[in-house]
Design a protein. Structure first.
Lengths: 287, 331
């Protein structure tokens, strides 16, 4: 399992203080590889849970299909357009969930004291916790989201421009970043309240369910909260309004469609601060 | 503050604590939503120095502040006050740099990968600690040989016995050549053979590599067989620091002779300084100083009473500490 890059690092001597981000990513990669190997120790179980994961998320979209067998539009959005929103948020959320979705186990690690075993390792704790219990089975959700998105792109008649094309990957990556920040912030909160994993689920799983529907079906206050408080609207609602040429929710200016990268960076920075505060509080109080 | 036991810091001090404190704010649920806040001094002005290559037993009753001290020494917890250095590093500030210099074994929390063969956990250590290949091989071979892990390397950790897993954990903590090894209850729950293996290995590690070892334990034999020095902590303060023999004196520890008589009898009139401390049917408990011989006492009793069976119990650490503590409190 020793690859060339690592061999080079070793011969170059110990990198005592490399960039912390690089260190974190390296540790993340190492631990994720271990979890994948662990998963492969139970191959059948892996295949079954991945299929199960795919099936349950697929059923989720069936609910929307059933709804459209009765109505032609939902909040003014046709089936293809709802599928577009659905696919965007599912892929974004799925990517974040795949990468760091097990962070909500942090509270348990704090309670049973196993977090301490991570703190004595020469790697950033955030990277170690993020990689904890990495589950490839979560690819099921990403796959399902990508299929729905593909269906949407095939059915909706989008008037493609270079800006719209560029916005597609930007949206997915920024969306994953925003959801990732929510995962990290929620985990940081668990340093203080160890049994708060349900709170984080409300924002992550709950958030993506919300974003699967057009903003026009929700009350203004809710849309406002999702735009300005926990800025999930930047995952798909706002940029999708540009792609689908729909009126912007809350009469926001047109440029907000291109704000997702900035919002994602800001969210990640805030989540990073929250994480540091949480970890500092843990190290000063213990469990 | 308990500074009088601190040796002059500097040259010899590999682990140095000077007036280290740790204050926790404990919140206790007193009603459905009501909570009571209380400040607890888990470590209260702790000062000591451990020289390079020393092997020290760190003991005390549950809740005495042992774990808190270890957590501060490993950089897990930040002290509330005082000065703390390990290998010249401030653990709280430079946690990851310190991590390369220390090995930690938490007795009841394995760091090995449950579903993977033991060797996979070692390969992760190899890469995570960036251990040079030759060094890694050498250290692994040595641990495998001395801890008898050869046959276990390809076995998934979940299939290992407690003793095997502990040996595996100790090896995992040593692959990166740490200067200091912290062991938290390394022999807890192990059978006699496993305990002997672990102790033998630690003795050799300390003798050959000069690794500084700090271990917490409830097992007096761990200390007897491994440590030239014992530190006793209670209520966050150092109660005793010195050789184990001195601890018995300080605590005037007593052994217990348990005798089973043929029938219920009034308390045995034992020769001084032994005395009966408990009677339960035909069974009686006699306490006598750890320094006195049991043979004479047994002979004396056997000559005058109908003896069926007997056993001698060594003093345990808790009892010794309880005595020291009681004396301090009354002094």
């Amino acid at each position: 399992m020793v690859d060339a890059a690592d061999a080079a690092e070793v011969t170059a001597g110990r990198v005592e203080r490399g960039g912390r981000v690089a260190e974190g990513l390296r540790a993340y990669r190492l631990i994720v590889a271990m979890w994948i190997r662990s998963t492969m120790a139970y191959r059948t179980s892996f295949v079954l849970t991945t299929l199960g994961n795919f099936a349950t998320t697929a059923l989720d979209f069936v609910a929307i299909l059933l709804m459209f067998s009765r109505v032609d539009a939902l909040g003014g959005y046709a089936l293809g357009e709802v599928a577009f929103l659905y696919g965007l948020t599912s892929v974004s959320f799925g990517l974040a969930d795949l990468a760091i979705g097990s962070m909500d186990r942090l509270g348990r690690r704090v309670r049973d004291g196993t977090l301490d075993t991570l703190l004595v390792r020469p790697a950033p704790v955030l990277a170690q916790v993020a990689a904890d219990r990495f589950g490839l089975r979560r690819l099921g959700r990403v796959t399902q989201g990508a299929l729905v998105l593909g269906y949407a792109l095939a059915t909706v008649d989008i008037d493609w421009t270079p800006a719209k094309l560029l916005l597609m990957p930007v949206m997915l990556v920024s969306g994953a970043g925003i959801f990732g920040a929510v995962f990290v912030a929620a985990a940081a909160f668990q340093f203080v309240a160890q049994d708060a994993s349900e709170v984080s689920n409300a924002f992550t799983y709950g958030g993506t369910t919300l974003l699967q529907y057009p903003p026009t079906v929700f009350a203004r206050e809710l849309v406002r909260g999702v735009t300005f408080v926990v800025p999930l609207a930047f995952v798909n609602w706002l940029p999708a309004s540009h792609v689908l040429e729909r009126p912007y929710p809350l009469d926001l200016p047109a440029w907000v469609a291109f704000a997702p990268p900035a919002v994602a960076v800001a969210c990640c920075a805030l989540a990073g601060l929250a994480w540091r505060a949480g970890l500092r509080s843990y190290r000063s109080t213990g469990s | 503050m308990d500074n009088d036991r601190a040796e002059p810091g500097g040259a010899g001090g590999f682990i140095e604590l000077d007036g280290v404190e740790k204050v926790f704010e404990v919140r206790r649920r007193t009603g459905f939503l009501k909570r009571e806040r209380r400040r607890v001094r888990a470590v209260d002005g702790l000062s000591f120095t451990v020289a390079r290559g020393e092997m020290v037993g760190y003991i005390g009753p549950n809740g005495a502040g042992k774990s808190t001290t270890i957590k501060m020494l490993t950089g897990i917890l930040t002290p509330s006050g005082g000065r703390l250095r390990v290998a010249g590093i401030d653990p709280a500030r430079e946690r990851t740099r310190l991590a390369h210099r220390i090995g930690v074994v938490f007795g009841q929390r394995t760091t090995l990968w449950w579903d993977l063969p033991l060797i996979d956990s070692y390969r992760l250590m190899h890469r995570m600690y960036r251990i040079p290949d030759a060094r890694y091989r050498e250290n692994l071979d040595r641990c495998v040989e001395l801890l008898q892990l050869e046959a276990l390397l390809d076995v998934p950790v979940r299939q290992l016995s407690l003793g095997q897993r502990m040996r595996g954990d100790i090896a995992a903590a040593l692959l990166h050549d740490p200067d200091v090894l912290y062991l938290d209850e390394p022999t807890i729950g192990l059978d006699v053979v496993s305990k002997a293996k672990v102790r033998g290995f630690l003795r050799e590690l300390n003798a050959e590599r000069g690794t500084t070892v700090l271990l917490t334990t409830h097992d007096l034999q761990d200390i007897e067989q491994l440590c030239s020095r014992v530190m006793v902590i209670d209520h966050g303060r150092l109660m005793y620091d010195g050789p184990l023999a001195g601890l018995h004196e300080a605590g005037e520890s007593e052994r217990t002779l348990v005798v089973d008589l043929e029938r219920e009898l009034p308390p045995i009139e034992a020769p001084e300084p032994a005395r009966v401390v408990r009677v339960e049917g035909p069974r009686q408990w006699l306490a006598f100083p750890a320094s006195a011989s049991a043979a004479g006492l047994v002979a004396g009793i056997a000559a005058r009473y109908p003896l069926v069976d007997l056993s001698v119990r060594e003093p345990d650490i808790e009892a010794v500490i309880a005595k020291i503590y009681a004396e301090r409190a009354s002094a």
